[in-house]
Design a binder for this molecule. Sequence first.
Ligand SMILES: [Zn+2]
Ligand SMILES: [Zn+2]
Length: 141
Amino acid sequence: MDEDKKKTIMIVIIIACLAVAGFIFIKSITGGDKGLNAIPADAMTLVMCRNPKCKAVYEMSTREYTAQMQEAMSKMMMLMETPGLACKECGEESIYKAIKCPECELVFEENSVSGDIFDRCPKCKYSEFEAGREERKKSSD
Ligand SMILES: [Zn+2]
Ligand SMILES: [Zn+2]
């Protein structure tokens, strides 16, 4: 098999996987009335703007985040990259889910430390998820 053919097959497989994953995701969050209504009306999601000129950090309603995410998911299938949401400050589609470190108060994007826990702080290396896991481990002894 020549290289070009291999590449084409790889791309087809990737697109098929994304399509299936996207379909399941959209189905699970739009499934009947459950999807958005299952999210508490007052739930908030912290987001941050990737636009280096803006860097806005703010909270938006989780329902709105999910609704915009659903829309962005269909775009992602075409662009094959994680979609950004429209920023209320600069209007660019560069809003991503953010985490505020409880230790040093740095606001950073999820998965900032590649290959590590999603909420690992790139500055002080604290992970609330990891801390919680250790807490549970201790209490179960
Ligand atoms: Zn912005
Ligand atoms: Zn930190």
